[in-house]
Design a protein around this ligand. Sequence first.
Ligand code: ZN
Ligand code: ZN
Length: 453
Amino acid sequence: MLARNEKTSSQFTARGLIAALLPLAVGAALAAKPLPVQADDGMTQEARYLEKLYLYFHQNPELSFRETESAKRVAKELKAVGYEVSTGVGGNGVVAVLKNGSGPTLLLRADMDALPVVENTGLPYASKVTSKNDAGQTVGVMHACGHDIHMTALVGAARELKARQKEWQGTLVLVGQPAEEVSGGARAMLKAGLYDKFPKPDYAVALHTSASHPAGSVAYSIGPALASVDNVDITIRGVGGHGAYPHKTKDPIVLAAQVVLALQTIVSREIDPREPAVITVGSIHGGAKANIISEEVKMALTVRSYSPTVRELMLKSIERIVTGTALAAGMPADAMPDVRVRDEYTPSTWNEPKLTEHLVAVFGKALGADHVLATEPVMAGEDFSMYGQTADKIPSTIFWVGGVDPMVYEKSLRGEVTLPALHSPEFAPVPAPTLRTGVKALVAAALDLLPVK
Ligand code: ZN
Ligand code: ZN
């Protein structure tokens, strides 16, 4: 099937992986030529330390809202280097503060949760963890979105910034955030007083591992970066009966089929074609037997856009189309469909242009301009968006840190391999260069945004 980065990655042994973090040994151990990286003199011990930490996070993934051990470890690491650490902020949230004279406050955020995915990378350090989900089923758990990279990079940056305390001035607020994948962690932390009980940031910055950019690089988009996300649950009611007597029923499966098709016209016919928008019916369930017309059909939708106006329009149109279809079928007024927009709405992520452009220049200096890549916004969602959604609109930006083995990346450009996406059981960032670049970028951002007066 796919000749992915796992192929080269699976050649890793734990010791090989350690060697991969030594800049001089990178080429040999990865069996892939990394992008040229600048010398990390004196970082060898530190790189080993971070690698071990990464392996811990990778092998101990926890589902959303259950990140107790990850949170404990993040807290312990930050406390050990001298940060003032608070735990249990909005559930499993961790907040670490380092006050270093007068100056601006910078928030750096790492999310901590993993996904119900059975890891299939073939890596020697692959996760074997299983857990019970909310429905009580046993599921495999994997850091398939790279949040293990995020936690490790945050700790790496925290350690380096503490060691280089003389080179900056101001306050660092480091956030270990739970429950990004189900979108609720950022909201819970803000509700628990992140901006009241702790220094309120002047800037908020985060990174996210990229499954489509080479390790050694970072990627950015200015303005819209990720979409808003709404989940909509629909119950379409019918009048059940025998499959042989459809004229005595109202068939909710036929109604649901009409609704699914009619929903496609919202994006294609109602929204300005220049505006990105997605409506996906991701789940549809109804009926139990071939000769029974059921009483109801349930559907679950994901609804995404960049613009709040488009979002409003889509939600209104969904309601109108669903209700209209039921009316057209002659359903009585007391059996109209139920349309529920779940309240865990994630706003779209907006990379504040001034801050983002500024950091692009900073990253260029730290990593080399050819390792800082412009990229398109995506329709995935991120609750990092919430950190900037205050009345005074705190400038915030999230950038991608490339996680793909550069040699595999080159192959993908030639169409020889398909890169596994985020959330795939095969997603396997190359830890050493990904972490090195992530730490470097976070440190560069902090040193620049918190200058010595
Ligand atoms: Zn994810
Ligand atoms: Zn993620």
